[in-house]
Each structure stands twice: as C-alpha cells, then as structure tokens.
Design a protein around this ligand. Structure first.
Ligand code: HEC
Ligand code: HEC
Length: 281
C-alpha cells in the first residue's frame, strides 16, 4: 500500500492525508448474484500504477454489500427506468430504442471500449453521444442532458450488459493526441488547493482524506449510485465533483476536456472488470 508521499506539497496543507489499509482487506471477493468479479489486476507495463484496484475495494463493508446483490443495489431502480425508456416511443419518427435495437443485450461488449474513436464523425465518442445521435438523427427526439437522469438511467442499463468484462479502451491511432491531452489534465494542479487528480488518486490511494478513503479514481463502476446524492452519477459528473472539491472551476460535462480525461482515466483502468452499475459513498 502506498504511503503518504512528500510530493503532496505545502500548497495543499488544507488537505491532510492519513494512512489506512483497505476498509475491509478480507473482503476482496466481489460476487454479484453468483458472478465473481475481479476487483484488482496487475497493471500494464506502461502504467504508473503497479496494481489496479476497483473503487469497490476502498468502501466500507456495508457499502460493498449493497453491490453484491442486485436486489439491494439501489442502482436497479434506475436500470428499470432505463428499461422503460428503452421501450418508450419518443420523437417525430415514432420510434423507441427497441424499434431498432430489439434486445438491449446486443450492447454487450460496448461499455469496456468507450470512449473510442468514431470513424464516421471523426471524433472521440462516449456512450452519451451514441445515444444522443440516435435520439436526434434516428428518432427525431430531443437530446438528453449528459449528466441528466434519463441519460444515466440509459447508460446504466447499457453498461450493465458488459458487467464482468475487462475494460479495453484503445489508446493508439487517432485517439493518441486526445489521450495525451487527458494525461496532461490529470497531472496538472488546479484550483485553490493547487492539486492534480494524481495527487489524490495516484499518490495517496489507500490513505484517508478527511473521513473518506481514497481510491485510484477508476471509472470501471460507472454509472455509479452514490449514497451521498441518492442517484446515478455519470463519469463527467464525478470529475466535476472532484474539481469542485479542490475549489477549481470544473470543465463542462460533455466538453472536450472531460472527454479527454475520460479517455485517459478509462485507459488507466484497462484490465479492470466493468462493475456498472456500482455503489459508492
Ligand atoms: C431508427 C433506428 C434506431 C433507433 C430508434 C435507435 N437507434 Fe441506436 N443505432 C442505430 C444504428 C443504425 C446504429 C449504428 C449501427 C450500429 O452500431 O448498430 C446505432 C447505434 C447505437 C449505439 C452505438 C452502438 C455501437 O456498438 O457502436 C448505441 C449505444 C445506441 N445506438 C443506442 C440507442 C438508444 C439508447 C436508443 C434509444 C434512445 C437508440 N439507439 C435508438 C439505430 C437506431
Ligand atoms: C483532494 C483529493 C482529490 C482530488 C484532487 C481528486 N479527487 Fe477524485 N475522489 C476523491 C475522493 C475523496 C473520492 C471518493 C473516494 C474515492 O473513491 O477515492 C473520489 C472519487 C473519484 C472517482 C470515483 C471512483 C469510484 O470508484 O467510484 C473518480 C472517477 C475520480 N475521483 C476522478 C478524479 C479525477 C479525474 C480527478 C482530477 C480532475 C480527481 N478525481 C481529483 C478525491 C479527489
């Protein structure tokens, strides 16, 4: 386990880190309704981390337990909303998602590859953009807000189809430049507390910050139900919250900066299993 590093410098005296082990080191085995899901994996050779850990490992056992049974997992209320939306006709073309994508299970394997380069559009695409393209261009319906409840219900339902599969985001080819931009954002100190993502999630994971146990800030569990706000949280919504906590002006959800950061953070988790929809504090 990492120790408090001296690289966490004076500018961040306002934040103090305390040491702690994993909340419940014995409880490494995440089994969801009989499916064993690995919560750690050896990192790839080019990773700044030795071993990758899911955020689930850093939660208290009561929070961990909520994710081990779909009946107890509060996310499933929202997954059901997603199912209803999936069959709901909306927009000028009189179509529902299910008019074209008959079975949502066809999206199995999509979550672990996102975000990825969309050849037709010549842009990096997150799940939210694929969904909104279908709504606008194919259904004649309104876009959903990136971090809104309809969107997170749908991304929860679609992500669930890939539960247990390893994250495998591509980092080469046309996304290489965006990846470096995301990396730069990850390591840049910002805000009144003058901190970078890495100061907390790379240098101090495993340590306590205030009353919270710091994880590696992985995105393999997203969308995630947070006990704090009792709703599904998108990746960009979480990034925004972390930036606010260090009193930085957050980037815009759905904007180029958070998309680059999403790509970079997802790539840091390559190999970790998809846990969506997960439960966190
Ligand atoms: C009129 C038919 C149609 C409707 C309605 C529609 N889609 Fe699509 N969707 C497509 C087509 C065609 C593609 C591109 C080809 C493909 O990858 O399947 C696509 C692609 C996607 C993708 C990317 C899949 C991938 O593997 O790249 C997602 C995600 C998606 N749709 C979700 C939805 C959701 C959610 C809805 C409802 C809000 C919806 N679609 C409504 C036809 C439709
Ligand atoms: C001051 C420390 C701090 C900084 C800096 C920080 N975070 Fe966090 N972050 C937290 C805390 C605390 C949590 C909740 C506990 C945990 O999972 O680490 C969290 C959670 C997360 C999670 C959710 C992990 C999960 O498993 O659900 C992600 C993703 C994340 N942060 C990404 C980022 C990114 C990207 C940045 C940089 C823009 C960042 N954080 C900056 C403290 C920080």
């Amino acid at each position: 386990m990492k120790k408090l590093l001296s690289t966490v410098a004076c500018g961040i005296a306002a934040m103090s880190f305390g040491q702690a082990a994993f909340a419940d080191p014995d409880n490494n085995n995440l089994t969801v309704d009989g499916m064993a899901i690995s919560t750690d994996v050896k990192a790839m050779a080019d990773s700044p981390l030795d071993k990758l850990f899911s955020g689930w490992r850093f939660r208290e056992s009561e929070t961990q337990a909520l994710q081990m049974d779909d009946f107890d997992n509060p996310s499933f209320v929202f997954v059901e909303d997603g199912e209803a939306l999936y069959d709901k006709v909306d927009g000028s073309e009189g179509k529902a998602c299910s008019s074209c994508h008959e079975d949502v299970a066809e999206f199995k394997g999509l979550r672990p590859t996102l975000p990825r380069w969309n050849e037709d559009k010549g842009k990096l695409y997150s799940m939210e953009q694929y969904i909104n393209d279908c709504r606008v261009d194919r259904m004649g319906a309104e876009k959903w807000k990136w971090t809104g409840t309809n969107m997170t219900a749908m991304t929860s339902l679609i992500s669930l189809q890939s539960r247990g599969m390893p994250i495998s985001v591509a980092t080469d080819g046309p996304v290489a430049d965006i990846l470096s931009k995301g990396k730069e954002i990850y390591y840049t100190r910002v805000g009144q507390l003058d901190m970078s993502c890495a100061n907390c999630h790379e240098d101090n994971y495993g340590n306590m910050i205030r009353a919270d146990h710091l994880s590696q800030g992985q995105v393999n569990g997203f969308p995630t139900y947070r006990l704090k706000n009792a709703k599904m949280n998108s990746i960009h919504g979480r990034f925004k919250g972390c930036m606010k906590n260090i009193r930085a002006k957050p980037f815009k959800p759905g904007g180029a900066e958070f998309q680059a950061l999403e790509l970079y953070v997802a790539s840091r988790g390559n190999g970790l299993a998809v846990e969506s929809p997960s439960v966190r504090n």
